[in-house]
Ligand binder design. Structure first.
Ligand SMILES: NC(=O)c1ccc[n+]([C@@H]2O[C@H](COP(=O)([O-])OP(=O)(O)OC[C@H]3O[C@@H](n4cnc5c(N)ncnc54)[C@H](O)[C@@H]3O)[C@@H](O)[C@H]2O)c1
Length: 333
């Protein structure tokens, strides 16, 4: 399978490495509006940097991987679909739910695989929680707690264009809840600015708790913070009728030191590139499985719309201080 990469930034480089690792595909072109970035990455992989329009017009290219800035995703999905490419796109589809719903409709009629980059579904720890839950190993899931703290806040310049904490950061956690428990009935959001007053001045929050309630009474909670001085804190705890499942942090090493003072172990790995490197490779391999072997796409455009609908509902809930019902008009499903 011949693949072209859009976006040679942080995550584009990770995906280029995943493509290289899978023997069923070949990275044949890279494009970026910053031509130097495209050329440097292309050079590293012994291939050419090309223009986006050339890539889209090239019938020998089977798939495009969209890892460019968020505001380009919807247009590139649309352009790729028009020329019949298989498409892998980083989250989110767009910051605007209406635009995401349009892309959802395009995905429904596209006859090639289209997948969203919800990498956490492919993290072996979270995937094991899902497998154990589905196998009934802890009975029926009742309470879900998702914890997601970044090590340190991004610059305020990033915050200003990010779409806000719920759409930028918690989108992954909304998807984790949907992955493990399905779509909730309603969303109640709380938020505060405790980490950096500049984030508050930019109109955003840096600390948040969201409660999702389900039609059958199940409850999920998500806790986010833009700061955890000990590293990237990514955990899931699920209480079922017959036991619990707990996915803990991956830590820098497994040494536990015990002395007269106490017992200490290493910190969690620093951030997403360290924590999710395996997940990115497994995720790409799942996309190639869909393209080459016709397997189902494990993170669909509808999943992307659903997560964005939950983020929009959280924004509204936070603004208005009340729970928001999730309707089919919000998800298009
Ligand atoms: N799933 C994850 O874990 C994860 C992690 C990081 C980023 N992301 C997502 O990936 C996307 C990229 O994030 P990043 O951190 O790599 O950002 P980045 O700024 O490092 O890289 C983005 C690159 O896209 C390029 N670009 C902009 N417009 C373009 C266009 N029209 N065509 C081609 N290239 C274009 C930019 O010049 C830049 O080099 C974002 O949407 C982000 O939300 C996902």
């Amino acid at each position: 399978m011949k693949v072209a990469l859009f976006g040679a930034g942080r995550i584009g480089k990770v995906h280029a490495a995943s493509i290289k690792m899978d023997p069923r595909c070949e990275l044949v072109a890279v494009t970026d509006v910053m031509t130097e970035a495209a050329e440097a990455l292309a050079h590293e992989h012994g291939i050419a940097a090309r223009r986006a329009d050339e890539i889209l017009a090239d019938p020998s290219i089977d798939a495009i991987l969209i890892a460019s800035s968020t505001n380009t995703h919807a247009d590139l999905i649309e352009a790729g679909a028009k020329v019949g490419k298989a498409i892998f796109c980083e989250k989110p589809i767009d910051l605007d739910l209406k635009r995401a719903l349009e892309i959802g409709r395009i995905a429904n009629t596209h006859d090639k695989p289209m997948m969203m980059g919800f990498n956490r579904r492919f993290d072996p720890n979270f995937a094991a929680v899902k497998a154990a839950l589905e196998a009934g190993e802890v009975g029926k899931g009742e309470l879900l707690a998702v914890t997601s703290y970044d090590p340190a806040p991004p610059p305020v310049s990033y915050i200003k264009v990010s779409g806000g904490l719920y759409r930028d950061m918690m989108i992954h956690d909304f998807d984790m809840c949907a992955f493990l428990f399905g779509m909730p009935k309603s969303v109640m959001a709380h938020g505060s600015c405790l980490v950096d007053p500049e984030i508050g001045a930019a109109g955003d929050i840096d600390t948040a708790v969201v409660v999702l309630t389900y039609e059958d009474g199940r409850i999920a909670t998500i806790r986010n913070s833009r700061r955890a001085p000990y590293g990237y804190d990514q955990r899931v705890e699920l209480l079922g009728s017959e036991g619990t499942l707990e996915a803990r942090n991956e830590i820098e090493n497994t040494v536990v030191k015990s002395t007269a003072v106490g017992t200490v172990s290493a910190k969690p790995v620093f951030f997403f590139l360290e924590r999710y490197m395996r997940a990115y490779a497994i995720e790409w391999s799942a996309f190639v499985d869909a393209c080459v072997e016709g397997k189902p796409v494990p993170a669909t455009v509808q999943d992307g719309v659903n997560a964005l609908a939950l983020a929009e509902a959280a924004n509204l809930s936070f603004r208005e201080g009340r729970p928001i019902e999730i309707t089919s008009a919000m998800t298009g499903a």
